[in-house]
Design a protein around this ligand. Structure first.
Ligand SMILES: [Zn+2]
Ligand SMILES: [Zn+2]
Length: 254
C-alpha cells in the first residue's frame, strides 16, 4: 500500500480527476494508495480544506502558511497554534523558505518559518518544510528552533549534503514527480542515497505531474508513478518501496 504524503486536495483540477475529490481519491485507491496527507497552505483557506478532509477516514491534514502565499497580512501565531493543536491536524506546515521564487520576501519567510518550527515543538507535532535555494537558512532554522520536533523536507530538489544534514537531525525526505523529469539527473543521484527508512513519496498535486503525465494537472493517483520510478531507480521491488515509505509516514505522523 502506498501513501501520498503531500497533496492539495482543495486545489485539484477536478475536470481531470473524474469530476470530484471523491473520484480522484477512488482512482488513487484503485492504484494502491491507502492514505493521503492534505497539506494546508493558508490559515484562511483551512476551514474549506477541512470540510473536504473531514469526509474521509483515509485523508489526514496539516495546518500552515506557505512561504509563497501573500504575506502582507502577517501570520497570526495564536491561530496557527490553535489549529496545530486540533486533533485532526497531524503536522504543522507547509512552511519554509523559497528563495528561488521569492527572494524578496526572505525576511518575512524566515520569521514565519521560525514561528511554525516553534509551534510544532510546542504541540509536539512534525513539521512539513518547503525549501528551495535556501539550504543553509533552512538547516540553521531547524537546528535552532525545531527543538524535538522532527519533520519532512517535502518535494526535495536540493543536494545530498542538505538531505544528509536533515536526516541526521531526524528528518525525512519526500520525493515528488520531479525525480522523473529529464533534467533531474542530480536529484536522481541524491534519491539513490537516501536511506530507505527516511524516504517518502508524494505528488504535491495539482502541481508537478510525473512523467508520463507531465503537462497535465497532477492528482494523488500519480504517486504510484513516482513510486514505481524510484523503485526502478534504486533496483528494488515496488512492494518494498511502498511498504517502507508507508511505514515511514506512519512513524512520523502518528
Ligand atoms: Zn511545497
Ligand atoms: Zn505543497
Amino acid at each position: 500500500m502506498l501513501v501520498d504524503s503531500h497533496c492539495h486536495l482543495d486545489r485539484l483540477d477536478l475536470s481531470h480527476c473524474g469530476g470530484s475529490v471523491e473520484s480522484a481519491l477512488q482512482q488513487a485507491r484503485s492504484r494502491g494508495v491507502s492514505q493521503f496527507l492534505c497539506v494546508g497552505i493558508s490559515l484562511e483557506q483551512l476551514p474549506a480544506m477541512m470540510a473536504i478532509v473531514d469526509q474521509y477516514d483515509d485523508v489526514h491534514a496539516s495546518a500552515g502558511f506557505h512561504p509563497l502565499e501573500d504575506m502582507s497580512g502577517g501570520l497570526d501565531t495564536d491561530k496557527l497554534r490553535s489549529w496545530a493543536s486540533d486533533r485532526r491536524i497531524v503536522a504543522v506546515g507547509e512552511t519554509g523558505l523559497d528563495y528561488f521564487y521569492a527572494k524578496d520576501s526572505a525576511s518575512d519567510q524566515q520569521k514565519h518559518f521560525i514561528t511554525h518550527l516553534k509551534v510544532a515543538a510546542e504541540v509536539n507535532k512534525p513539521v512539513i518544510i518547503h525549501s528551495r535555494e535556501a539550504r543553509e537558512d533552512t538547516i540553521d532554522s531547524i537546528k535552532n528552533y525545531a527543538g524535538s520536533a522532527a519533520g519532512v523536507l517535502h518535494c526535495f530538489t536540493e543536494n545530498w549534503g542538505m538531505a544528509k544534514r536533515a536526516i541526521d537531525m531526524g528528518f525525512y525526505i519526500s520525493i515528488s514527480g520531479i525525480v522523473t523529469f529529464k533534467n533531474a539527473d542530480a536529484l536522481r543521484e541524491v534519491v539513490k542515497k537516501i536511506p530507505l527508512e527516511r524516504l517518502m513519496v508524494e505528488t504535491d498535486s495539482p502541481y508537478l505531474a510525473p512523467i508520463p503525465h507531465r503537462g497535465k494537472p497532477n492528482q494523488p493517483a500519480y504517486v504510484r508513478d513516482v513510486a514505481e520510478y524510484i523503485a526502478e531507480l534504486r533496483g528494488i521491488k515496488l512492494e518494498l518501496l511502498a511498504e517502507q515509505t508507508t511505514a515511514n509516514f506512519q512513524r512520523l505522523f502518528f
